[in-house]
Design a protein around this ligand. Structure first.
Ligand code: GTP
Length: 388
């Protein structure tokens, strides 16, 4: 009979929306040292795309359902970790050498950390081996100032990885380094393009130690531990935050009273699903307009698109605020049974109806009260029926 399984190290990979978490993970998973790693990803949005874009063998990637890891999905994370352990113990899967949890970009890391550190069942079988936070060189400094989650993600980190340095303007990386140093004086700062960012050692941080971080980190974890305790007794999911977060789904709103709005009441997540291939020019104009007129309100856009010039080979689009990355053409549909265009957007102060109308105008869905594509391109700030 085999002895008890060794305690499995858990790494948390975090970073604000679009910082480059999945890109880094895909690179790291190529290191043979990270074979036998399970990846738990958590996506904010009702149409899942992320799992299509993580390149590990599909049985190594577990997707947590819609909702944010720091709010509604915490219980699911704990259940998933317990289930993985059960499967290992009963020999249904090979023993894992590591579990990596990729959070949503909007996640407050404190409750996620507390789920691993503070849950007795989890803590028996897993140990938190560190937090790796990706920070985007172009948007990072501004994002940390505007979003408390981004600031906390930096403060709790054991390693800080700077992505997109190649896209940064003069002085941007130095300014970002200064911000990072102030929030987290001890975590090594790693160049996302360098070799160290692609090796398994990036995750080998040693047992998580909040006392090596700025003083606030210990307090956040303590607050979470107390909030978690309250949950057990009264199921109040408040934490002092507003509860009005909502997903907008194809024109319908689904209020999730338990999907706590830690993320600001003007942050929305919605998706556009389109059956027919889209003309390349229409797609380009739609994206151009969205980016140039409303880029700063578009926290994140992720899409897999059927383009009419080659519908067999979908295009993957990534937008992060005003930065749109070079589109990538895939060799084939990740799931050949589903060839629909799917776009997921996370916006701040930009309504779904506005984006949807814009999309409809460019994809030729006729509407009597709707401006045509040319009129929109001429004056993107005027959309009939829309007020700003
Ligand atoms: N040039 C450049 N592009 C990058 C780098 N890292 C990521 N990107 C691009 O940034 C976009 C977003 O990257 P992702 O890895 O999906 O970001 P993410 O943090 O996982 O995004 P969310 O999970 O939505 O928060 C993609 O188009 C990537 O190709 C980098 O270091 N350099």
């Amino acid at each position: 009979m085999n002895g008890p399984l060794p305690v499995v190290p858990v790494s948390i990979l975090t970073g604000f929306l679009g910082a480059g978490k999945t890109t880094l993970l895909n690179r790291l998973l190529k290191d043979p040292e990270l074979a036998d790693t399970a990846v738990i990803i958590n996506e904010f949005g009702d149409v899942a795309i992320d799992h299509l874009l993580v390149e590990a063998s599909s049985d190594g990637v577990i997707e947590l359902s819609d909702g944010c890891l720091c709010c509604t999905v915490r219980g699911e994370l704990v259940d998933t970790l317990a289930d993985l352990m059960d499967r290992m113990q009963t020999g249904r899967i090979r023993p894992l050498k590591r579990v990596v949890i990729e959070t949503t970009g909007l996640a407050d890391p404190a409750p996620v950390l507390q789920s691993v550190l503070g849950n007795p069942v989890v803590a028996q079988n897993y140990r938190l081996d560190g937090v790796v936070t990706v920070v985007d060189a172009v948007n990072g400094a501004q994002t940390i100032t505007s979003h408390v989650e981004a600031m906390k993600q930096v403060a709790v980190a054991d390693r800080l990885v700077i992505s997109k340095a190649g896209l940064a303007r003069d002085g941007q990386v130095d300014r970002l380094m200064a911000v990072l140093r102030e929030l987290n004086p001890r975590a090594p700062i790693v160049d996302g393009d360098g070799d160290a960012a692609g090796r398994a050692e990036l995750f080998a941080c040693g047992l998580y130690d909040a006392t090596t971080k700025v003083a606030d980190v210990g307090r956040w974890l303590q607050d979470e531990a107390e909030a978690g305790h309250d949950h057990d007794h009264d199921h109040g999911h408040d934490h002092g935050h507003d509860h009005d977060h909502c997903h907008e789904d194809h024109g319908h709103r689904r209020h999730h009273h338990h999907d706590v709005n830690r993320h600001g009441s003007d942050i929305r997540s919605f998706s556009i699903v389109h059956e027919r291939p889209i003309e390349p020019m229409a797609l380009e104009m739609f994206i151009d307009l969205l980016r140039s007129a409303h880029g700063e309100k578009l926290l994140r856009m992720k899409a897999i698109v059927s383009v009419a010039d080659d519908p067999e080979r979908p295009v993957v689009l990534h937008g992060v605020q005003s930065v749109f990355h070079t589109p990538e053409r895939l060799a084939a549909w990740p799931d050949p049974a589903d060839r629909r265009t799917r776009m997921v957007m996370i916006t701040k102060g930009l309504q779904e109806a506005f984006v949807r109308d814009l999309f409809d105008a460019f994809t030729g869905k006729p509407r009597v009260d709707q401006a045509d594509a040319q009129a929109l391109a001429d004056n993107p700030l005027v959309v009939p029926g829309m007020r700003f």
